[in-house]
Design a protein around this ligand. Structure first.
Ligand code: CA
Length: 219
């Protein structure tokens, strides 16, 4: 798991970051709102832990902007106990959870784990295509671990069978519709996935259908 942690109180941030890392959670910590917003737009985080009172831009502003852009990364807001209005506002504009300061890092870890656990989209916990088995619960393909986004993309391709999945569809579902024009995330993730499929020794490969999208093919 990789999280973005936006917090301007350095001592608190140092302590929390240290404990999260011990729990095998990768943390990118930034101390101001603008930097937080810049990173929050990147499709690399499993969750964002967002303080409300920040220099340059508040946590609420960051949350509002990323949600308007269709970014669905789970967000846990942090704020002092007294700021009840902020809590309500945060949840209204799309925070997934809220933690009052001071909090125990253990509690934060539990909330992060709950938020990033993959929701059960359907009853089947595994998908099969030729010699590939995607385990959605443990997020592995033929036993090889995948990132959340890699697993989402592979899930779409496997569900489509031998049909092409449009690139825009993948972008919209994995990153949110508004990022379509500006980035080549899909290509980048396809190359990660191709490497992983190769690593499993599978006969299945991902074929690029020019101008359209991607599909699975048996070599
Ligand atoms: Ca603060």
């Amino acid at each position: 798991m990789r999280i973005l942690y936006v917090e301007d109180e350095q001592l608190l941030a140092d302590a929390v970051t240290h404990l999260l890392k011990k729990a095998d959670i990768n943390v990118d910590w930034v101390a101001d709102g603008e930097e937080g917003l810049r990173l929050a737009k990147k499709p690399i985080y499993d969750a964002i832990v967002l303080d409300i009172m920040l220099p340059k831009m508040s946590g609420l502003e960051i949350l509002e902007i990323i949600r308007k852009q269709g970014i669905k990364t789970p967000v846990i807001m942090l704020s002092a106990l007294s700021e009840v209005e902020d809590k309500v506002k945060g949840l209204e504009i799309g925070a997934d959870d809220y933690l009052a300061k001071p909090f125990k890092t253990k509690e934060l870890i539990a909330r992060l784990q709950a938020l990033t656990r993959r929701p059960a989209l359907c009853d089947t916990k595994t998908l099969q295509f030729a010699d590939l088995t995607l385990d959605l619960e443990n997020r592995t393909v033929n036993g090889l671990p995948l990132t959340e986004k890699e697993a989402s993309i592979l899930e779409m391709l496997m569900k489509a069978g031998d049909k092409t999945v449009q690139k825009d569809y993948i972008l919209a579902h994995v990153w949110g519709a508004d990022m379509v024009a500006e980035d080549n995330y899909v290509e980048v993730y396809m190359s990660y996935l191709r490497k992983k499929l190769k690593e499993t020794g599978s006969k299945v490969e991902i074929k690029t259908v020019r101008g359209l999208g991607y599909k699975l093919m048996i070599k």
